[in-house]
Design a protein around this ligand. Sequence first.
Ligand code: AP5
Length: 212
Amino acid sequence: MYIVLLGPPGAGKGTQAQRIAAATGLLHISTGDMFREHVKNNTELGQLANQYMSRGELVPDEITIRMLLERISRDDAQAGAMFDGFPRNLAQAIALDQALASRGARVDRALLITVSDEELVNRLSGRWICRQCGRLYHQQNDPPQKPGICDTCGGQLYQRDDDKPEVVRERLQKQKPPADLIQHYRQAGVLREIDGQRPLDEVTQALLEAIK
Ligand code: AP5
C-alpha cells in the first residue's frame, strides 16, 4: 500500500506518520527528514537544499524528485510506503504516479490533514525533536517527561531552524498543498480529508480508519 500525507507545515504529518508506521509497519519516507540528514552531514545536496529550506521555500522539483525516486527504488520500499511531505505539487505527484505505475502500483490513499493557521503557528513554535531518534514532541500538547530529554531513547531535544517565526510565516504562505494537487487525488478517488485540529490520538484513529 502506498499512502501520501498532505497538509500545511505543522499539520501533524510527521507525528502521525511515526504513529501510523508503528501501528501498521508501513515504511515512513519523509523528504524533509532526508534533506535535514543531508544538511547535518554537510553533503553537496544538503548545502543546496539548505539554501531553500532556510528561506521557507520548497527545494526545486528536479532535486527533490531525483532524491525520492532513488529512495523508492530500494528493496525496503517495494511492498509499500507512507510519504510524509511528498508530493508538494502536481509535478511531484505525477512523477510519483509514473514511478509507482512502472511497478504496477499506485497511490492508494491521499490523506489531507487540515488545521487552522493560528494552531499551525502554535504547533511549529512549540515543536521539539529528538536529535537521536527523531521523535516529535510539543512543549504543551505532547511534552517529554523530562524537559529537553527524549522519553524513547534519552537523546537531546532541539528546535528546527526553520521553526523561527519569520521562516514559519514564509512556509505557511508558500507551502500549503496547492488546489491542483488536492484535485489530482480527489479525481483519482483516493483523497480523504481528516480534521487535524483534534487531539493527537483522535487524529491517529481517524487516519487509521481512512487507510483500512
Ligand atoms: P518538512 O520537514 O516536510 O516540513 P513541513 O512540511 O513544513 O512539515 P513539518 O515537518 O513542519 O510539519 P508536520 O506537518 O510534519 O507537523 P509535525 O508532525 O512535526 O520539510 C522541511 C523543508 O524541506 C521544507 O520547508 C522544504 O524546504 C523542504 N522539502 C521537504 N519536502 C519537500 C518536497 N517534497 N519538495 C520540495 N521541498 C521539500 O507537528 C508539528 C507540531 O505539532 C509537533 O510539535 C507536534 O507534537 C504537534 N502536533 C501535531 N499534531 C498535533 C495535534 N493533533 N494536537 C496537538 N499538537 C500536535
